[in-house]
Design a protein around this ligand. Structure first.
Ligand SMILES: NC(=O)c1ccc[n+]([C@@H]2O[C@H](COP(=O)([O-])OP(=O)(O)OC[C@H]3O[C@@H](n4cnc5c(N)ncnc54)[C@H](OP(=O)(O)O)[C@@H]3O)[C@@H](O)[C@H]2O)c1
Length: 322
């Protein structure tokens, strides 16, 4: 079968379309024939070596398709089932062997591509709004990169929780998409100082929570946007890693909370995983949650897909179609 692997860390030119043996499922595993693999920003960290995996590394953390074979002791799925998953390395491929507890059956009302599009970014938006800082009516949330893959879902789910949502984006086109997703206010942080704007929009009070996936270029000002005892939720580093921080800063800026959450700790077992995906699929089926599939690329075009995302062009989900 074909798979996109990296043999050394680097730019998009290290992405190699390789012929590799078809993997066989072991105990508690199933082989999925992939119909779509999600492209996520984390794949760029894996490609560049910001997050170091063992080489050669098959990229990709998310996919959806049909179960083709199961190993011993698999109870969750059977051959022929349509399933989706995230958080297992190696989905930029025609097939992947996946731990069966991670495989979520796709309801008939949801397409395979839509399912591939929400398994990672949708479950992330879900845990950020319901678990990391559970949003309530009366809260104001600042969401950076509000027209991104996570961003568009996070805005919709935060609104669903009753929060007022301020979003930041880099272009007018993205601003329009963030507004359509429900953002109450959108700030073009490439043109306007977002800290000043957030203070103005909150009457100087600051926001309850900042969901910051941009990192290096936004972190310091994000802290300044928080109300006393507000939550700084740093969940990514699209612009680069945040330097070390003196905890006294959190004291000086208003007894702030700082957390650096990761999806794996919020989908720790099958029950927690299904509790999140059941919500997402139900909202998608009823039309309450819109999943924007922005672009699809073939497996062989993985470099183009990475260039598109790294170049800040993506607006919603990017998929590879094997
Ligand atoms: N911790 C977790 O559990 C978890 C899970 C999923 C994703 N994440 C993180 O969440 C972030 C978003 O992931 P995603 O897959 O949905 O990607 P994405 O938001 O669709 O793409 C990244 C966006 O970041 C913004 N950005 C700002 N400065 C940038 C820069 N210097 N270079 C590139 N992009 C820049 C861009 O939006 P603008 O053009 O509007 O600025 C860009 O479109 C990533 O940092 C990812 O690692 C974390």
């Amino acid at each position: 079968m074909q798979a996109i692997r990296v043999h050394q860390f680097g730019g998009v030119d290290v992405l190699s379309l390789d012929q590799v043996p078809l993997p066989e499922p072991g105990p508690g595993e199933a082989r999925v024939r992939l119909e779509a693999a999600g492209v996520n920003y984390i794949d760029i960290y894996h490609r560049t070596g910001q997050y170091k995996g063992a080489l050669p590394l098959t990229l990709g953390q998310e996919g959806a398709g049909v179960v083709e074979a199961v190993g011993p002791n698999v109870t969750e799925v059977k051959p022929g089932d349509r399933v989706a998953y995230a958080s297992q390395q190696g989905s930029y491929a025609e097939c992947q062997v996946v731990s069966s507890w991670r495989l979520v059956p796709i309801p008939t009302a949801v397409t395979t591509q839509q399912a591939a599009a929400v398994m990672l970014q949708g479950t992330t938006a879900h845990y950020l709004c319901f678990s990391t800082y559970p949003l309530r009516p009366g809260d104001t949330a600042l969401v950076h990169a509000a027209a991104g893959g996570v961003g568009l879902l996070l805005v919709q789910i935060a609104k669903r929780c009753g929060a007022r949502v301020l979003g930041t984006v880099s272009t007018e086109e993205k601003a329009q998409l963030a507004r359509e997703a429900g953002a109450d206010e959108v700030i073009l942080y490439t043109q306007t100082d977002f800290e000043t704007e957030v203070k103005r929009l909150t009457g100087g009070k600051g926001v309850s929570v900042v969901y910051d996936s941009v990192g290096k270029t936004t972190f310091d000002k994000s802290l300044n946007c928080l109300r006393p005892r507000g939550y700084m939720v740093l969940f990514g580093q699209s612009s680069g890693a945040v330097p070390p921080l003196d905890p006294q800063v959190l004291n000086a800026k208003g007894a702030l909370f700082l957390t650096r959450p990761t999806l794996g700790f919020y989908t720790a077992d099958r029950q927690e995983l299904l509790s999140r995906t059941n919500d997402l699929f139900a909202w998608m089926a009823s039309g309450e949650l819109k999943v924007r599939i922005d672009r699809t690329f073939s497996l062989a075009q993985a470099a183009e897909a990475h260039r598109y995302m790294e170049g800040r062009q993506s607006k919603g989900k990017v998929l590879l179609i094997p």
